[in-house]
Ligand binder design. Sequence first.
Ligand code: SF4
Length: 389
Amino acid sequence: MTARPASPAASPTGSTDAAITRELEAWFPAAARALPWRTSPRDPYNALVAEAMLQQTQVSRVIDRYTAFIARFPRVNDLAGASEGDVLAMWSGLGYYRRARLLHAAAKAIVTDHHGVVPHDPEVLRSLQGVGRYTAGAITSIAFDRPAPIVDGNVRRVLMRLHGRAFAPDDRDAERWAWTRASELVHASASPAVFNEALMELGATVCVPPPAAPRCDQCPWAGRCNARREGTTNQIPAPKAAAKQRVVCCISLLARDARGRFLVEQRPSSGMWAGMWQLPTLERETRWPDDAAIRDFAAIRGLNLPTPAEPLGTFTHQTTHRIVRFRVLAASPIACNRKSASRTWVDSFDGLGVSSAQQRALALGITPGRGQTTTPSSRPTPARRSPRR
Ligand code: SF4
């Protein structure tokens, strides 16, 4: 359980925190989106799964995956007892696959160390892999209705605008201030579950991030918001310098055998898309591999490339930290093609953990020409501490 703050902070327009929280709690029931994890009563395991999926991923992408994931692993014991391959397969398309492994590890720890019961104490929750301060606070408050603060990009932005606090992007006090303020408010709330979820909802749907303008006319705090009164909503939060993205160039080979199956490989257990399956793919930082390197790469896998190579298409996949360029080339198996534990022939990607980028690569082979030189479209929502819901 989190400690109650020592002293209340000054509130906008001098109102008490209790009054501020009641306004938001009263607004939420009519404003809340119907989302599959918003069940009544809340299930702590479902909340853990939803929070893991929502990290760095938009709600719209999570909804279908969440429903299928819970159908496949309805209880924490089901997830704990599943193979990593099954878990990754059910995570396919969500990206940031490390989250799936950490969730899997957390489920195992809940079963072995907590008798299969999701803990309610945020400090105990944080001992689980992949559960940070935000996720612990979200589960404690939303699933158990206990006062624990949450701060992500949405919450930080709402609180900063409400109080008119324009912190510099690199000001570490901003994070500390936001957690303190969130803690004061959730302790003053009538229902920590309703208040915290309402705070998330307000940031996701009303007090939205730039470049969109906040919809202040729909905000329950419009009458008390300092940024609105001072006309500074477009200056809070101050813009951050864009993160530098690495460029990775990938040549993926689509080879089919006489039965129409295609060759796939499993990626190494660390690094980008760790442990996921893919078409044989040669990667280089910054520049494209030359023709000789591509042919060597193919030959080692028992594949042959026509001369000249037959391009099936290109596309670009963006992540927060990388711009990944793909060229998909047609290849054919030669007589003695090589299989191994991490390389095999399959009819489809079904049942395998596959990144959305590789699903696009395969689609180019199934529908030649589709996606030729496409613009980036796979960039996930910015980091969790940015808009995500
Ligand atoms: S009034 Fe506008 S800027 Fe202020 S909290 Fe509400 S939506 Fe955000």
